[in-house]
Ligand binder design. Sequence first.
Ligand SMILES: [Zn+2]
Length: 382
Amino acid sequence: IDNDPNRAPPCDPSVCVLPDCFCSEDGTTIPGNLPAKDVPMMITVTFDDAINNNNIDLYKEMFNGRRKNPNGCEIKATFFVSHKYTNYSAVQETHRKGHEIAVHSITHNDDERFWSNATVDDWAKEMAGMRIIIEKYANITDNSVVGVRAPYLRVGGNNQFTMMEEQAFLYDSTITAPLSNPPLWPYTMYFRMPHRCHGNLQSCPTRSHAVWEMVMNELDRREDPGNDEYLPGCAMVDSCSNILTGDQFYNFLNHNFDRHYEQNRAPLGLYFHAAWLKNNPEFLDAFLYWIDETLANHNDVYFVTMTQVIQWIQNPRSINELKSFEPWREKCTVEGTPACWVPHTCKLTSKEVPGETINLQTCVRCPNNYPWINDPTGDGFF
Ligand SMILES: [Zn+2]
């Protein structure tokens, strides 16, 4: 990494200016140089993998229309969706409700080395292909599918980011930053990353790319942050393996909230797989209790999507200007009915997934074939 002759230069704040470029030397600077006390505390809740009957109820309970940000709009989350077993009528409804849909690949290839070594073309088939599937079968036509997260958080180096520029993706959220105080703000990849490439044999991009990085700040999982010895942080909440009870999870949420809120108010990312909450009702209860309590006690805390964070960074507004900040009022409260009450259940096969018949639920017409990397439309022409 250090010996790429074409590596991006270190951050130069005189060249890198908003709205399209943002960086700082150590990554901790607040956009627009606002004082921390004027910065809204943004919380980004994300869920990875397929959306289907295993988790739809959980999302309904969490986003029940009664949890509101201080501007009166319903809290929002971001879903990094992988293809296999996804119910696209549920994706359509999730998008209708104002949550963000982003891509997490078609195959979710479980060979982690695949993602480290994939070519630009492999990345395009997996991620731009997934966007084609989502747009078609969840009937999303507003060009809002702009984010990428790689399976297993395996960063694809320059190839992944070159693909993202070529395919006009806005941001990646795969790169983790080691636990740090203060935590990091998201940054653009025009200049060198402000932290080391963290994780086992990761391949971080070295060159300059026109892509935002919604960096995953590791969370502090120490039970007693004042006294306990050093414990490495964790990026996905469900990989914080020492959380065993609802009380521990509640304390963990409060401690990490305070760490962000009382330092530079870098957005707090809470990254989940639905199964972790679903299989541990105690964790779900603690999380919902914490969300409600946090919203009740603060008029400067907003649960927003990844794209809404970028919109704020591009146009930083102080807390008292937020009630009229239009990007955060989009789909403020959503009424009306789903696109369809009874989706089509398409029983499909594909030459690319031999021997399997897979159900695909969608409000639009069934395709002839199960969509896959060489045939994302499912037309069978490839
Ligand atoms: Zn995944």
